[in-house]
Design a binder for this molecule. Structure first.
Ligand SMILES: [Zn+2]
Length: 369
């Protein structure tokens, strides 16, 4: 998931729309990249097939594309070019529970009888989409603490109606955990849990050939949005998604990787340069938010979002709130902001401007996992 506008149900980090030329169908050894259209601004999502070892017929697919007929056809046509059909798939691996990644899962399983594997935390997002009435009341109460009223809540989640149309439940057959091995003949993969973009994100690592399937954890040219998660119950500690994201990049950084295959965009060959670039852009945004807080004295998260994205905030509220909270969490955790509460609403105050690298340095112990 990437750039602006609504993306598989979740708006993304606010910025210029990046409409990339699709990298197209391509074979990399046993890996087959199969892009299918999403219908969103950013274009295609890449599914990857792992072709069987000679003498075997074990065909594995990673991620599925959106649950629309033309995406189905894209996958069928792509596999057919290499002499395979959907019915040949033995195992479907899901990087995470967003509809462009699992949307065709149920149909693929129905046709092929394959098993579907993903992280244990994925179950809620692949089986149920619309929240219960009780959950909506809960979410509205949480949004109020960030400065958003009920009307803003409705706007923040208006994409749900759209996603509902393509949502098809896809229950898992097997739950993966961090470090689990996935037995694929001659191409064993290891699941690495990389929360941040969402709590259940997995990347898959092929040690012998030094290749990685990164889902939405690492994306070509674009910083993945780290989606805000609402604690249940409200008193529970909330995950700091952007901090979690950098814990996950720190986990992946040391790997000696020759090629990273992302869910959107072309192959990445230097994942360390990519992660370094993500950190620089995060540092720039941290500084900008710090200056906004200094100028205004005290602001709610919504107030920060309005200053940070004066044009986009109204139409991209979920993305804006996710982005702002991720950065405010880092500033507060690193000692560069303080939080106070007035009538149930959170206000942030700057306690000093972070210099280059200072926030990441201050979070060193948190980030080292
Ligand atoms: Zn995603």
């Amino acid at each position: 998931m990437l750039s602006s506008d609504v993306v598989n149900g979740f708006a993304s980090p606010v910025g210029p729309v990046v409409v990339r030329e699709s990298p197209g169908i391509k074979q990399f050894g046993r890996i087959l990249r199969l892009p299918t259209p999403t219908g969103y601004d950013f274009g295609d999502i890449n599914s990857y097939a792992i072709l069987p070892e000679s003498g075997s017929d074990q065909l594995v697919l990673i991620d599925t594309g959106v649950g629309r007929d033309k995406c189905w056809q894209g996958l069928v046509d792509g596999l057919a070019q290499f002499g395979y059909g959907i019915e040949d798939i033995d195992l479907l691996l899901l990087t995470h529970g967003h509809v462009d990644h699992f949307g065709q899962g149920a149909r693929i399983k129905q046709v092929s009888g394959c098993e579907v594997w993903g992280h244990e935390a994925i179950a809620a997002s692949v089986t149920r989409y619309l929240p219960s009435e009780e959950q909506i009341i809960h979410e509205k109460a949480f949004f109020k603490t960030l400065g958003l009223n009920d009307e803003m809540y409705d706007r923040a989640y208006n994409y749900r109606e759209h996603v509902k149309k393509v949502f098809k439940p896809c229950p898992l057959d097997h739950h993966l955990q961090d470090s689990d091995m996935i037995p694929i003949e001659g191409f064993a993969l290891q699941a690495i849990h990389t929360p941040g973009h969402c709590p259940e994100e997995l990347v898959f690592w092929q040690a012998e050939t030094r290749q990685m399937f990164s889902g939405d954890h690492l994306l070509t040219d674009i910083t993945p949005v780290c989606l805000l998660h609402i604690p249940k119950p409200l008193e529970q500690e909330r995950n700091h998604a952007l901090t979690e994201y950098y814990q996950s990049t720190d986990k992946v950084y040391p790997y000696e990787i020759d090629a990273v295959y992302p869910a959107h965009g072309d192959v990445i060959h230097d994942h360390r340069a990519l992660i370094d670039g993500y950190k620089l852009s995060t540092e720039r945004r941290l500084l900008k938010i710090s200056k906004i807080l200094q100028k205004h004295g005290s602001l709610t998260p919504l107030g920060v979002g309005q200053q940070l994205f004066p044009k986009a905030w109204e139409n991209m509220l979920y993305a804006v709130v996710s982005e702002v909270m991720g950065h405010l969490d880092m500033l507060a955790d690193a000692g560069f902001a303080e939080i106070s509460e007035r009538q149930g609403v959170l206000y942030y105050v700057s306690t000093g401007e972070p210099g280059p690298g200072e926030v990441f340095e201050a979070l060193g112990d948190v980030l080292a996992v």
